[in-house]
Design a protein around this ligand. Structure first.
Ligand code: NZQ
Ligand code: ZN
Length: 393
């Protein structure tokens, strides 16, 4: 068994009306003047933004608003936030939204005390020593950013999407009210569940595969998500199942279902180039890549794919044909993606064939100019990454 550190310092405040506690939580974690950061329109339309701002004002917490974060959050918005925080003397950032808003908040938090360009952290030129405290009111279960150390930002200059991980930016608290997810459109609901399952799958398909307790937790989470998603697609106001998805989103990415450092992450890296270039929804991009990744790598550890097929996808185990069982598991996952409205290849994702030039550009970026491999289950060289894009075409 590999050694590991488990660090999940975020206070989770879960339940209906949990946002009522927002002002006292901010004060508890030392905030006086807050940047309330949010997205395009959902938090405004639902009244959540007004409610949070009212609660802050009633609780004696000063607030400055900055909205307009788009999915695949942009560096320019981060820089705008950094300027505002410096000018206004902000000492706390509250993200009201999903992964994009939280990731943008984390980037602003790194940037405020840093004299250089915040992008330095994302390209590996610098490590952040300090950052402003961040917290969130989560509105979409998906990215798991509410408990994670990661922030993924797109630099519009070259459409480069890069992640930066640092424990100092893990949210101080995460308010999770499942009722706030009732308004999610079916596509975002399904993409969110796909991302949640994939955060566990990236950890599950690791090179060691030797921890039963973690595997069992992971399989239970994935099976549960497969059921819950159909329930909420049928009835968007199903509190019980919305709540299960919301909590699973955090568990899938806070390392309870496996150590991030030992996971594969190739599907994520290959997808990040798709959402960087085509501005697609991250979870949908993962669904478009995973089956091709799986078919390309399953022979590295057929029994792992058999276990996944049987324990997660419910495929009968044909002991005489392990490869056949493994492949049936991948096919079952494709059927599941289609059943929830997700694509299973790039054509379905972007509505057209991806061109040779686009594949070459994504391979170059994904391999950081042909200098690194991606993935641990099988270390993918640039030619392997290219092969997967071509299978996924
Ligand atoms: O902008 P608004 O109007 O709020 O609409 C959003 C957005 O269009 C909408 N939405 C959110 N909550 C809603 C709602 N619509 C109706 N009702 C609600 N309650 O949903 C859309 C997607 O939101 P977004 O925040 O982009 O979704 P998600 O949480 O999936 O975040 C995706 C981003 O997170 C990154 C992805 O790469 C992507 O950029 N990731 C971050 C990770 C991390 N920090 O640990 C890990 C992930 O693997 C992922 O890479
Ligand atoms: Zn993800």
């Amino acid at each position: 068994m590999k050694d590991f550190n488990f660090y999940a310092p975020t206070e989770v405040v879960f339940g209906a009306n949990s946002e009522e506690k927002v002002a006292s939580l901010i004060k508890h974690y030392g905030g006086h003047k807050v940047l309330v950061h949010y997205g395009g329109q959902s938090a405004v339309k639902s009244g959540l933004l007004d409610k949070v701002c009212g609660l802050l004002s009633d609780g004696g917490v000063e607030a400055v608003k900055l909205g307009g974060v788009v999915p695949n959050p942009r560096l320019s918005k981060v820089k705008e936030g950094i300027e505002i925080c410096r000018k206004e003397g902000i000492d706390f950032i509250l993200a009201v939204g999903g992964g994009s808003v939280i990731d943008s908040a984390k980037a602003i938090a790194y940037g405020v005390p840093y004299e250089g360009d915040v992008w330095d952290f994302y390209v590996g030129k610098a490590q952040a020593e300090v950052c402003l405290p961040v917290a969130c009111v989560l509105t979409i279960p998906a990215a798991g950013s509410e408990m994670s150390e990661a922030s993924v930002i797109t630099n519009e200059d070259g459409d480069v999407k890069l992640g930066y991980s640092n424990n100092i930016s893990r949210p101080k608290f995460a308010i999770m009210n499942p009722c706030r997810t009732f308004t999610l459109p079916p596509y975002q609901t399904a993409a969110g569940v796909t991302d949640i399952m994939m955060h566990t799958m990236e950890r599950y398909f690791n090179p060691d595969c030797d921890m039963t307790i973690t595997d069992e937790i992971a399989e239970a989470l994935m099976r549960t998500m497969k059921e819950c998603v159909f329930a909420v697609l049928k009835n968007p106001e199903d509190y019980r199942n919305r709540a299960q998805i919301m909590w699973a989103g955090s568990l899938a990415h806070n390392d309870v279902t496996g150590d991030r450092g030992n996971g594969d992450w190739a599907t994520h890296q290959i997808e990040h180039e798709l959402s960087g270039l085509f501005d697609v929804t991250h979870g949908a991009g993962l669904a478009a890549v995973w089956p091709s990744w799986a078919r390309y790598v399953y022979k590295e550890n057929v029994s792992r794919f058999v276990r996944f097929a049987v324990n997660v996808m419910g495929v009968p185990n044909d002991f005489t044909d392990p490869e056949g069982t493994a492949l049936k598991g991948i096919e079952a996952m494709e059927r599941f993606y289609h059943a929830i409205g997700m694509p299973i290849n790039i054509h379905e994702l972007i509505g057209r064939e991806v061109t040779d030039e686009e594949i070459k550009e994504m391979v170059r970026k994904c391999s950081r100019n042909y200098t690194i491999t991606q993935g641990k289950f099988k270390a993918l060289k640039p030619e392997d990454i290219e092969a997967i894009y071509r299978i996924a075409k």
